[in-house]
Design a protein around this ligand. Structure first.
Ligand SMILES: [Cu+2]
Length: 162
């Protein structure tokens, strides 16, 4: 084998070693994540018959010292669950699909039909008042959280304020 080949090999080896080197040591002042986000008053609104989507609402309460991100929701019996946000565009209210919902440290997000909410798409059966729907909330870098939503025609009383 030629010397040239060896020097190429050594160059490659050095590159690999450099990449495998540990990242810079974390500073001791770095925040240690603590606390969590809790879910209150989960409910799903049913209206008429043959609905193709059902809006759902929860209160997300953070006592964490870092932002939490709700990235995904799944529910058996539905084709998918979307995170929606209502916005005003050119004088028209629209629901925009969101990739995620960030709950800032220590803050509370009250879902409602004027802001954030979940949209349970394509129910495979008809639901009625009092039914329970099980869903899983996936927060980034956290354990999945199972949440039981109560099906209702009306918002729980007292209606949560924004
Ligand atoms: Cu929506």
């Amino acid at each position: 084998m030629s010397t040239r080949f060896y020097s190429v090999c050594i160059a490659l080896l050095m590159t690999v070693t450099a990449q495998a080197a540990p990242e810079a040591v974390q500073e001791s002042t770095e925040l240690v994540p603590s606390g969590s986000v809790s879910v209150e008053q989960p409910w799903i609104r049913v209206g008429g018959e043959d609905e193709v989507m059902l809006p759902a609402y929860v209160i997300l309460k953070s006592d964490a010292n870092t932002p939490w991100s709700l990235d995904k929701v799944t529910a058996r019996g539905f084709s998918m669950v979307m995170i929606h946000r209502v916005v005003l565009q050119d004088g028209v209210t629209r629901m925009l699909m969101q990739d995620s919902l960030t709950i800032p440290p220590g803050e509370t997000i009250v879902m409602n039909d004027k802001g954030y909410h979940l949209m349970f798409m394509g129910p495979r059966k008809q639901y009625k008042d009092g039914d329970k729907i099980s869903a899983v909330l996936y927060f980034r870098d956290q354990k999945p959280l199972k949440v039981i939503f109560t099906v209702s025609k009306n918002a729980p009383t007292p209606e949560p304020k924004k």
